[in-house]
Design a protein around this ligand. Structure first.
Ligand SMILES: [Zn+2]
Length: 268
């Protein structure tokens, strides 16, 4: 990518006070082995080559301020991951925070691989980390692995399919695997949240929705496709923009499903 096309992976603008963001943070790289270990980073479909370098060099442009804004989230996510790898339980509030962090990592990986593989789809990104955290239905599943070996892997994020739809990936951290999924109205209908009966992709390749409906029942399983049985799996429905609870002023059932202080985010 030419320097003129460089953008901040958080805000999408030309980076100010240029900085480098580790989309897989340094604390995570250190937690899982030698930070200088060399790994493969998918295949560049433009060149047919497999980029190969150390984890610590897996960095992409960002504004300094954008980068610093997430330091608290990183600190909190670190403490939660440290608890998960020793099999401590987390609260619902902890998991919501972890879902924010996974949104950040997933979109960071998507934009990072777009940089690294010279944007194989040639579609300019329409959102970035800042505009995607906590915006759409999302889920996390935690799997434990019986191993004493350290290691860090992402599965799915390096593929061409992920470039087209960055909605699902797996993150292996030492002895745990985190499955994370998020897309438009992923679980809204079955969690009693508003979902559109009519959708179409407009000329700008954006999803347009209308004719919203709410089924107030929560149905199980929340996602019909069966998962390999995880230790924990949690789903968070979110009233998707441009709507908020203000569009449903008389819907007490829906209001009661929101976390305190939020006009869009549901319980998990
Ligand atoms: Zn920025």
């Amino acid at each position: 990518m030419t320097p003129s096309k460089r953008f901040c992976i958080f805000c999408g603008n030309t980076p100010t006070n240029k900085n480098k963001e580790h989309v897989l943070p340094q604390w995570l790289i250190s937690l899982t082995g030698d930070p200088k270990r060399v790994v493969n980073f998918g295949m560049n479909h433009n060149t047919g080559k497999i980029p190969r370098f150390d984890w610590s060099s897996f960095v992409f442009p960002s504004c300094r301020l954008c980068n610093e804004k997430y330091s608290e989230l990183e600190n909190q996510a670190k403490s939660l991951i440290l608890r998960l790898i020793v099999h401590n339980s987390l609260s619902a509030r902890d998991y919501i925070l972890l879902l924010d962090w996974l949104d950040k990592v997933r979109i960071g990986l998507w934009l990072g691989y777009s940089y690294l593989h010279n944007n194989p789809t040639k579609i300019p990104p329409k959102f970035h980390i800042n505009s995607r955290i906590g915006q759409k239905d999302r889920m996390i599943a935690v799997y434990t692995i019986d191993t004493a070996l350290k290691g860090l892997n992402t599965f799915g994020a390096e593929t061409l399919g992920f470039q087209l739809q960055p909605s699902c990936f797996l993150l292996k951290i030492n002895n745990i695997c985190l499955l994370n999924m998020s897309w438009d109205f992923m679980c809204a209908a079955r969690c009693g949240f508003p979902f559109p009966k009519t959708t179409f992709i407009n000329n700008d390749a954006l999803l347009e929705c209308s004719d919203y409906k709410i089924n107030h029942k929560v149905k199980h399983p929340v996602i019909r496709r069966r998962l390999i049985k995880p230790a924990v799996h949690l789903y968070q429905p979110i009233i998707q923009a441009p709507l908020t609870i203000d569009n449903f002023p008389n819907d007490v059932l829906l209001r009661n499903k929101l976390i305190i202080g939020s006009t869009t985010k549901g319980f998990i």
